[in-house]
Design a protein. Structure first.
Length: 382
């Protein structure tokens, strides 16, 4: 039995070496390669499974993926401008817009990458087609609740985040106005489609801060994306705003008793974009078209819980490739999860961030002062 197993292992190894050598010969003969910038980690692994590996095998074109340079001193767009050794990049909507405005990206249309581009247009979700990029996946910020903290009823909506009477307990929220003001307005009854037009008015801005006031003294602030779920795990809060991709891991792998509330989800999009200076323009277009096929998008969602930007891809997403978990309840772009969603308007925030940061900081300092007064009063009483 052992000998048979060893023999099969050796044969398998030799077969793998033979296939790898054939692939290497094909790459050597072709001498084509694409340098692709992406985000590293488990996300890049999902892209390797769904896009990079299958593209190499079917096209005999080598893919060289590497993570974006990220440091405190320079933005992604700054790095894109300085680094000339890339052909394709996976970019957030903000980076796609800024890089396009700076002339770093090749303007592309859907018909440039898909043979049925005009027909396929209706299959893409709103916001997928940029001037210099085409959306592949959506990622989302959502409300997460610890169901063990609520015995009588479970929170289900964005309104419940602000309802301390029915759902008492601390909330873990991002320290800044982005996301918070949108959540506040949706919780106050503003439809997602009207959130930014409402925030554009003085009354709307006041309305958002007035709603936020209802949580004063009941907020644990976070700065890093990994913090809110840790706060929930430790029992410091009963509800949190967090990123759905991270929540998936806590729920499915770590088995924490958390629920995702999709009502009022705020999503953003990642785009495939091509360098204007790339010498591999035609090959880059071929890759983007390959990666936008419904089967490829659905395959990535089987490895990583981001939402495909094509309806036909969402329809065929099945179970996680390793965990065997049904993925549709965890991805942002299913029809059910998108019902009351809001797309983050990064262009609006670029115009209003500085002003709202100033107002938020004043509000935050006032909250800290009130907390300090309350602590001092409690100490005196004791």
């Amino acid at each position: 039995m052992i000998k048979k197993t060893l023999k099969l292992s050796v044969l398998t190894l030799l077969n793998a070496i033979f296939i790898a050598s054939l692939s290497s010969l094909a790459f050597a003969e072709n001498e084509q390669a694409l340098d692709i910038l992406t985000w590293g980690g488990a996300y890049q692994i999902s892209q390797d499974k769904a896009y990079f590996g299958p593209f190499e095998q079917s096209q005999s074109i080598k893919i060289n993926p590497r993570a974006h340079m990220q440091d405190g001193g320079q933005s992604i767009v700054d790095h894109l401008a300085k680094d000339t050794n890339w052909d394709v990049a996976d970019l957030t909507s903000e980076d796609e817009r800024k890089a396009c405005e700076k002339g770093l990206l090749l303007p592309i249309k859907l018909s440039d990458v898909l043979a049925d581009g005009e027909e396929a247009l209706e299959d893409f979700l709103p916001g997928a087609i940029g001037k210099c990029g085409i959306g592949s996946v959506a990622w989302s910020s959502v409300i997460i609740s610890n169901r063990r903290k609520f015995r009588k009823r479970q929170p289900k909506t964005v309104r419940d985040l602000f309802d301390l009477r029915r759902f008492p307990g601390k909330r873990a929220l991002p320290k800044g106005p982005k996301y918070l003001l949108e959540l506040a307005l949706m919780a106050d009854g503003v439809p997602a489609s009207e959130v930014y037009s409402e925030l554009d008015t003085v009354d709307g801005e006041d309305r958002a801060f007035d709603k936020l006031e209802k949580l004063r003294g009941e907020i644990i602030w976070w700065d890093q994306a990994g913090e809110p779920l840790k706060i929930l795990e430790d029992g410091g809060a009963v509800m949190a705003m967090a990123y759905s991709g991270r929540a998936f891991n806590d729920i499915t792998s770590e088995r924490h008793p958390f629920d995702i509330i999709w009502d009022g989800q705020i999503f953003d999009i990642d785009y495939w974009a091509i360098s204007k200076k790339s010498d591999a323009g035609e090959t880059a277009l071929k890759f983007v078209g390959f990666a936008l096929a419904s089967e490829r998008l659905a395959d990535q969602a089987r490895w990583f819980p981001y939402g495909p930007m094509r309806k036909s891809a969402v329809a065929i997403v099945g179970k996680h490739a390793l965990l065997g978990v049904e993925m549709k309840p965890f991805i942002p772009t299913t029809p059910e999860n998108m019902k009351t969603s809001l797309r983050l308007d990064t262009k609006w925030w670029a115009l209003n961030q500085k002003r709202l940061n100033t107002r938020f900081e004043a509000w935050f300092k006032d909250e800290k002062m009130q907390e300090n007064r309350a602590d001092a009063s409690e100490t005196t009483t004791r």
